[in-house]
Design a protein around this ligand. Structure first.
Ligand SMILES: [Mg+2]
Length: 299
């Protein structure tokens, strides 16, 4: 009986992406990834990494070092009690500098080659499988292979997906949310089966068409809801900045100076110089706070 799988992008989905990773020490798991993978495994999914690694074709990392990087990833997951079933990567790129790897490839996402090969080698049911990744090419590869798709989009990521370029089934900010989406989807599908094609209509009935149209409407509404949630999340994250934090801290110190100047003013042994100095500090700090706030608004 075929298995179901979660196809996972690697960079900015499972581990931090600083640009190109070319040393095992750079492998850092993103928050909540091990817990999410353990949960997916417990739900009966095979966990398969599918990663474009044009860094090989570009001469940034060798396949040998890439193997060490993936060993490090497996080690970090094993330390937390979970594991991957397989890692596929595509080392090719048409603009590569190493002739051996300079070519187009069916494996390079958005092509679905890695997914189709995995399905063949591991006897996977692609219709019951999911692709989770942070780029449009992940989503396109998943859709072409007939999988459900979740686009991970987090404001802190090195690369953000272009809005509107791909049309994922769902959006999430991290793996934890992706797992919740999968669980919710399975609950709503009732029997833990995901149909990728609508059921054929019964002869002489119109109910099937009606159901298909209801499904489409429901899916469209879900997509709109997910996008609104993602926009709200982006706004929440976007509100935070180091400059805004500094402005707040300076504001607090300014208030503290104001309290000191009032205390000096009320003191029986009042010294005008002390009051003036404290007030001077208050004014300077307040101006600094306002400047920082204005600067972060313009940023
Ligand atoms: Mg990625």
């Amino acid at each position: 009986m075929p298995s179901k799988a979660i196809f996972l992008d690697r960079d900015d989905t499972l581990i931090e992406d600083p640009g190109y990773i070319n040393h095992p020490d750079q492998v850092k798991l993103l928050d909540g990834v091990t817990e999410a993978l353990a949960e997916l495994k417990a739900m009966g999914y095979k966990l398969i990494v599918v990663s474009n690694q044009s860094a090989v074709a570009r001469g940034i990392v060798s396949e040998k070092v890439l193997g060490q990087i993936h060993d490090r990833l497996k080690q970090l997951l094993a330390e937390k009690g979970t594991s991957l079933d397989r890692i596929y990567y595509c080392p090719y790129h048409p603009d590569g500098v190493i002739p051996k790897y300079r070519k187009e490839s069916d494996w390079r996402k958005p092509n679905p080659g890695m997914l189709l090969t995995a399905a063949d080698e591991l006897n996977l049911d692609l219709g019951q499988s999911w692709v989770v990744g942070n780029s449009d090419s992940d989503i396109q590869a998943g859709l072409r292979a007939g999988c459900k798709t979740i686009l991970i989009d987090h404001p802190s990521h090195y690369k953000r997906p272009e809005s509107g370029k791909s049309n994922p089934d769902y959006r999430a900010v991290n793996m934890k949310e992706a797992v919740n989406i999968i669980k919710k989807h399975l609950r709503s599908s009732g029997d833990h089966t995901i149909q990728t094609q609508p059921a054929p209509p019964e002869p002489g009935t119109i109910s099937s068409n009606h159901n298909t149209s209801t499904d489409k409407t429901e899916r469209l509404l879900n997509n709109i809801l997910e996008q609104l949630r993602a926009m709200r999340r982006n706004e929440m994250f976007g509100e935070f900045s180091a400059m805004r934090l500094m402005a707040g801290v300076v504001q607090v110190i300014a208030l503290f100076c104001l309290l000191i100047s009032i205390w000096f003013l009320m003191s029986p042994n009042r010294q005008d110089n002390s009051v003036l100095i404290a007030l001077g500090f208050t004014i300077v700090l307040q101006l600094m706070s306002l400047t920082l706030y204005v600067m972060q608004r313009k940023k």
